[in-house]
Design a protein around this ligand. Structure first.
Ligand SMILES: Nc1ncnc2c1ncn2[C@@H]1O[C@H](COP(=O)(O)OP(=O)(O)OP(=O)(O)O)[C@@H](O)[C@H]1O
Ligand SMILES: [Mg+2]
Length: 141
């Protein structure tokens, strides 16, 4: 399919990725997220398989994780190109203190440990076309 694409969400915990995904891609793309694979022993492998299956069915996919480092994103770029799909990053550039605030306001079950947010920030690298994206969209809060 000529307009098939893989969208890679990028952003810290509580940046607003899942909210954005549901609003913008909910009807058009299959949402794949490691958050939904918590009870799977090999979530990375499972995630890649789900992406592959969706692409084989001709669907577009959005990958809703923090995808904070180039290492996280490289296999997503690779699989998109292998299937001749476009690959686009949607980077929610939400300031860490706002993420922290939104996270604190989440209901108990959805709140992530604060240390996780700050450790993700440490390894975080903004996505770029140099690493292989066809396009990078930056969304500022
Ligand atoms: N644009 C926005 N303005 C204000 N609040 C928002 C906005 N987007 C999301 N939120 C709120 O911020 C919180 C975090 O949003 P969301 O769950 O979408 O983040 P996330 O990036 O998917 O986080 P995680 O990586 O932990 O899954 C939620 O309570 C959500 O309602
Ligand atoms: Mg989320």
């Amino acid at each position: 399919m000529a307009d098939q694409e893989v969208v890679v969400m990028v952003g810290l915990q509580a940046a607003g990725k899942s909210t954005y995904c549901a609003r913008v891609f909910g009807l058009s793309h299959e949402v794949v997220s490691k958050d939904r694979l918590r009870n799977n022993g090999r979530p990375q492998r499972r995630q890649m398989r789900l992406i592959q299956e969706a692409l084989e069915r001709g669907r577009s996919v959005v990958v809703d994780n923090t995808n904070a480092s180039c290492q996280d994103r490289a296999p997503l770029i690779e699989i998109a190109h292998r299937f001749g799909a476009r690959v686009r990053a949607v980077y929610l550039d939400t300031p860490v203190l706002l993420c922290d605030e939104r996270n604190a306001q989440r209901p108990d079950k959805q709140r992530v440990p604060e240390v996780g947010l700050f450790s993700t920030r440490k390894i975080f690298v903004a996505p770029s076309v140099e690493e292989g994206f066809d396009e990078v969209e930056v969304i500022r809060s």
